[in-house]
Design a protein around this ligand. Structure first.
Ligand SMILES: [Zn+2]
Ligand SMILES: [Zn+2]
Length: 573
C-alpha cells in the first residue's frame, strides 16, 4: 500500500466524521496526518510501528490504524464509519464547492442521504432556507448534479479548475513527483473546458500513473499507458495526465498548454531559425540534443520572442505583438485593490457587512462597495428606499471605526423593462457607486433591450453596467442586444462595463472585453458579485477573463486607488 493510499483512507475518515458529528478536532487530526503521510519520503510499509508513531501528527492511535491498513488492507474503524454514515453522502461531496459541513446540514435538517434526494430538495427550493446557504448555493448544487448525471464533458472553467487543482495537489504531494501543473485550456482560462490536462515531472512515471488511476475522484479509466492516463472523474469530466522526465517538463508543459494554433505559429517561426520544437524539447535541425529549456521563457527566447502568457496563446495577434514588442503588460490578481459588486445579508447575500470587510481585508483590499439589490427584485430581498438609507447610515457608522479601509455605499439598481431605473435620481445621487443591471424581461426584442440599456447608460448617476449580456455559462444565452451601441453609449457617457467574475457568468466575455477596451477605450471593473465571502476568490476567474481580453492595469478601475476611483465616478474619494 502506497503512502498516499493510506492518506486517502484518512481523508475519507475525516469526511465521514465531519458528516457524523460536530467535533472539528478529530477530522482535522486525520486530514493533517493524511497530508503528512502523503508527502512522507519513506514508504510507511518499510517502517516499524514505533517509527510510524514518531511521524509528526500521527501518534499511537493513528499509528495502530496505519499498521492495521498495511497488514490487512483495511481498517475496522473506517469500515464502521462507512456503515454509520449513509454512503450516498460521499457522492454528494463530489459536487464542487460542497463540503462535509454542508452535507451534514443537508442530512440533519432535510434528511438528505443521496444525490436524488438532494436534487429534489434543491428543485423544491428548500436548500436556500438553510443556514449559511442561499439561492446561489442551490443553483450551484443543481448545476453540479447536472454534470454528475450527464457526464457531458465540457465544464465551466470554475468547476474544471476546482477538480484540476484537487488532482494537482494530490500529485504534488507524491514524493515521486518533482513538478506538476495544469495545462491545456484550463491554464489558458478558457470559459468552457473540454478536458483537464495535467503535466507532471517525475523519474518514476509508472508509479505515478499507477496511483493516479486509483485516485478516489477517478471513476473510469479509458487509457492507461506507462506515462499517460486518460480518465473520467465522478463529475464526468475527462482528465489527461502526462508524466515526463524533469528535463522535458517545460517543453511538455508548453506543448500541452496550447493552443494548437499558437503552437503551429511557433513551429513556423522555429523553422525560420533552423529549429524544431517538440513536446520534449527544442532542437537545432539535424541534432538530437535539445537546447537547454528550464522555463517557458527559455523556449520563447530561443525563438527570439518575449514570454507570452498562457491566456494570450490563441493566435489572435499575440505573436505579431510579441515580434513588435507591443505585448500588453497584463493585469493580475495582485493588482486588485477592491471589489465593487458585493451582496450582504441586507438583500440575498449570506454574510454581514462586517464579515465581508474582514474577508476583503484579508485579501489585502483597500475598499469594497456593498451593492445589494433594489426594491423591484423582491425575490432577492431587494431594499425599499428606507432600508437602503438605513444601510447607508450603518455603513457610515462602520467607516468611522475603520482605518485604512473604506466601505463604499452602493446599490445594484434594476433596469426596469421600460428602461427606467428602480429608484429616483435623488436617491441615486447620494450613492458612492451605482451599478445598473437587468434581472427581468430577458426576452425583449433586440431593439427594446438595446434601448433599455442605453436609457440606463444615459442616467448621470449610473457608474457601472453589470453583467452586460446576462448569459449564464452552459445555462442561459446572452440576451439579444446590440453591444456596439452599448459600447458607443458607454464611451459617450463615461460609463464603466463589468466583467462579472463569477465563473458561472464571466460576462462580459474575453472577446467583448477586448473590443470594449481597445476599440472604444472603455474602462472595465472586474467584480465578483459575491453573495458569500468564499466567492471573493472568484476574482481569479474574472482576472483570467480580463487577461484573455488583453487588459492591463490601467484598463481595470478596481486596480485604482480610492482617490482615482472617486475621480472616475465623478465624486469625492
Ligand atoms: Zn445582478
Ligand atoms: Zn449582483
Amino acid at each position: 500500500m502506497h503512502n498516499v493510499e493510506i492518506a486517502w483512507v484518512f481523508y475519507e475518515i475525516a469526511d465521514l466524521l465531519e458528516i457524523k458529528e460536530d467535533n472539528p478536532f478529530k477530522p482535522r487530526a486525520y486530514r493533517k496526518a493524511g497530508r503528512t503521510i502523503a508527502k512522507w519520503d519513506q514508504p510507511l510499509s518499510a517502517l516499524k510501528e514505533d517509527e510510524i508513531r514518531a511521524i509528526p501528527g500521527v501518534g499511537a492511535a493513528l499509528a495502530a490504524k496505519i499498521t492495521e491498513l498495511l497488514k490487512t488492507g483495511k481498517c475496522e474503524y473506517h469500515q464502521k464509519l462507512r456503515e454509520e454514515v449513509p454512503l450516498g453522502l460521499l457522492e454528494v461531496l463530489a459536487i464542487p464547492g460542497l463540503g462535509a459541513k454542508t452535507a451534514r446540514t443537508l442530512y440533519r435538517k432535510l434528511g438528505i442521504t443521496t444525490i436524488d434526494e438532494l436534487e429534489a430538495a434543491a428543485k423544491a427550493r428548500k436548500i436556500r432556507t438553510l443556514p449559511g446557504m442561499g439561492n446561489k448555493t442551490e443553483f450551484a448544487i443543481l448545476h453540479g448534479i447536472d454534470m454528475l448525471r450527464t457526464g457531458s464533458g465540457a465544464a465551466p472553467v470554475g468547476v474544471a479548475t476546482a477538480v484540476g487543482r484537487n488532482l494537482a495537489e494530490f500529485l504534488a504531494a507524491l514524493p515521486e513527483v518533482t513538478q506538476v501543473s495544469l495545462a491545456g485550456s484550463t491554464r489558458r482560462m478558457k470559459e468552457m473546458i473540454g478536458d483537464i490536462d495535467l503535466v507532471v515531472a517525475s523519474e518514476k512515471p509508472v508509479e505515478v500513473t499507477g496511483l493516479f488511476v486509483k485516485h478516489p475522484s477517478v471513476k473510469e479509466v479509458s487509457a492507461h499507458g506507462e506515462n499517460q492516463v486518460k480518465a473520467i472523474t465522478w463529475l464526468g469530466i475527462q482528465v489527461d495526465l502526462l508524466v515526463v522526465g524533469p528535463q522535458e517538463y517545460w517543453a511538455a508543459l508548453h506543448h500541452f498548454t496550447g493552443s494548437k494554433e499558437h503552437n503551429q505559429r511557433l513551429q513556423e517561426l522555429a523553422g525560420e531559425r533552423g529549429l524544431k520544437i517538440y513536446e520534449y524539447g527544442v532542437f537545432p535541425e539535424g541534432q538530437d540534443e535539445s537546447l537547454p529549456v528550464n522555463s517557458e521563457e527559455d523556449l520563447y527566447l530561443a525563438l527570439g520572442l518575449p514570454y507570452i502568457p498562457p491566456e494570450l496563446r490563441e493566435d489572435e495577434g499575440e505573436i505579431e505583438a510579441a515580434l513588435e514588442g507591443t505585448l500588453p503588460d497584463l493585469v493580475s490578481v495582485e493588482d486588485i485593490r477592491g471589489d465593487l459588486h458585493l451582496h450582504s445579508k441586507w438583500s440575498d447575500g449570506v454574510a454581514t457587512i462586517e464579515e465581508i470587510v474582514a474577508a476583503a481585508r484579508q485579501r489585502g483590499y483597500e475598499y469594497i462597495a456593498i451593492t445589494d439589490h433594489s426594491k423591484s427584485l423582491a425575490i432577492a430581498g431587494g431594499l425599499k428606499e428606507e432600508r437602503l438609507m438605513e444601510q447607508h447610515r450603518y455603513i457610515d457608522e462602520l467607516n468611522r471605526g475603520l482605518e485604512d479601509f473604506r466601505v463604499l455605499r452602493g446599490i445594484e439598481v434594476d433596469i426596469l423593462s421600460d428602461g427606467r431605473l428602480d429608484y429616483g435620481d435623488e436617491l441615486l445621487s447620494g450613492m458612492d457607486v451605482v451599478i445598473a443591471s437587468i434581472h427581468s424581461g430577458f426576452r425583449q426584442s433586440r431593439e427594446e433591450m438595446t434601448k433599455r440599456m442605453l436609457s440606463a447608460l444615459k442616467n448621470p448617476h449610473v457608474n457601472i453596467l453589470a453583467h452586460p449580456t446576462g448569459r449564464m455559462l452552459g445555462r442561459r444565452d446572452a440576451y439579444e442586444v446590440d453591444l456596439e451601441k452599448v459600447f458607443e453609449a458607454a464611451a459617450k457617457y463615461d460609463k464603466v462595463l463589468e466583467i462579472n467574475a463569477s465563473p458561472d457568468r464571466l460576462d462580459l466575455n474575453a472577446e467583448n472585453v477586448r473590443r470594449a477596451a481597445k476599440d472604444y477605450g472603455l474602462k472595465i471593473a472586474v467584480n465578483t458579485d459575491a453573495h458569500h465571502i468564499s466567492k471573493l476568490e472568484d476574482m481569479y476567474f474574472g482576472i483570467g477573463t480580463a487577461r484573455r481580453g488583453w487588459l492591463e492595469k490601467k484598463d481595470v478601475i478596481n486596480t485604482f486607488t480610492l482617490e482615482e476611483l472617486g475621480r472616475i465616478f465623478g465624486k469625492r474619494g
